[in-house]
Write a protein that binds this ligand. Structure first.
Ligand code: PLP
Ligand code: SF4
Length: 356
């Protein structure tokens, strides 16, 4: 699968379809060329870019927003953090997070097939760590063997499916060898950005283990192509349930009809909408973030327009380690100025989240 990794390739493909690159994007590439560090690299797949160019106007815009970098990624809003989920203190060793009692998360690689401009693991994704080594996996297996309260392991990153099938199966086999009953969640955007990666061999290999679930990341109905449908079908045929996590993004899916179409189409594809996330307070993502006040309005209306099966949980990860909180669509208390919602974290402490 061809990857697109520089501005010349990108602008040639866009120009051929009559789309031009704007000032914000040019400035991003110039800034990077000058030797800026600490940014999320540019990379996408030819397939995903073509999906944008073949979609209708709204679909095209929604996909390009996720692909094309913007100089505003270098801005840091006051409330934004390098470690927006406050995960560091729940990490007994590198690349392993045990934040919730019965679930642990392994960052199996920092590579992705495409770097989503809204990524909230952007301080890890596209970095210098590369794939997990056997030496790094060994203490994780030991920890899982010891911590019997853990029931699920999430393989994430980065995108675990940038690893070869052999490497991925080896990691799963290692986990299963210490705790055969563990549920393993494979979190990958490949069904969206490179559906061919979900080969029959991959699906059957995953399906040969018990308790494997697949979680992917569609944000707009235009991403749900016949190729994505075929990828999902291969997983389902191998006995692997498929769930979806979306992120609410400005100019991508922040209106009622886009969300409705996305979730209803996911259902038709056999994918259960699991979460809709409020954009995390990750650095350089404020131009893509939908104000929480508006997000709550949207999700409370949506609930009455689609079925319970189509409706995901709406959740926010509270900054500073308050945890992932499912927000009921009732009104939330605000501070005196009305600028922050006051939301109780998992530790029962009060956290402040910008409302506007
Ligand atoms: C989101 C998350 C999980 C999984 O939580 P679910 O609500 O079960 O999807 C596990 N660990 C960490 C650190 C997370 O951020
Ligand atoms: S595929 Fe996932 S980890 Fe990779 S850039 Fe996109 S959102 Fe981030």
């Amino acid at each position: 699968m061809a990857g697109i990794e520089n501005i010349t390739q990108l602008s040639n493909l866009l120009n051929a379809s009559g789309v031009s690159i704007d000032k914000h994007t040019n400035e991003w590439f110039m800034r990077v060329k000058k030797g800026s560090t600490d940014y999320l690299p540019f990379l996408t797949t030819e397939y995903y870019l073509q999906t944008a160019l073949q979609a209708d106007d709204a679909g095209c815009r929604a996909i390009l927003k996720q692909i094309i970098p913007d100089i505003r990624e270098f801005d840091t809003a006051e409330c934004e953090l390098k470690d927006p989920l406050g995960e560091e203190k729940f990490s007994p060793f590198p690349r392993f997070v045990h934040r919730y009692e019965d679930r642990a998360l392994i960052l199996v690689t920092d590579r992705c097939a495409m770097y989503c401009r809204h990524c909230f693991r952007r301080s890890f994704s596209g970095g210098i760590n590369g794939p997990l080594s056997d030496a790094e996996l060994t203490p994780m297996a030991g920890y899982l063997a010891e911590h019997r309260e853990i029931n699920e392991v999430l393989l994430t990153g980065g995108d675990p499916l940038t690893l070869s099938n052999e490497r991925l199966f080896k990691i799963i086999a290692r986990i299963k060898s210490v705790r055969p009953e563990l549920v393993v969640r494979v979190c990958s955007r490949m069904p969206v950005v490179n559906p061919d990666r979900i080969s029959r061999a991959l699906a059957d290999g995953l399906g040969s283990y018990e308790g494997i679930w697949f979680v992917t990341h569609f944000n707009h109905a235009a991403e749900l192509t016949e190729y994505s449908r075929a990828a999902v079908r291969r997983l389902l045929a191998a006995g692997i349930p498929v769930l979806n996590q979306s992120v609410l993004l400005k100019g991508v899916n922040d209106d009622l009809s886009s969300l409705k179409e996305l979730f209803q189409k996911l259902l038709r594809f056999g994918v259960k909408p699991y979460y809709l996330f409020q954009g995390d307070l990750a650095r350089g993502t404020s131009h893509l973030r939908v104000p929480l006040r508006r997000a709550l309005e949207l999700t409370s209306k949506l609930k009455y327009e689609i079925s319970g099966m189509a409706m995901p949980r709406f959740a926010v990860d509270l900054p500073g380690g308050g945890g992932k909180i499912t927000l009921p669509s009732q009104s939330h208390p605000v501070d005196d100025e009305g600028e922050f919602y006051i939301i109780k974290g998992l530790d029962n402490e009060e956290y402040r989240y910008p409302a506007n």
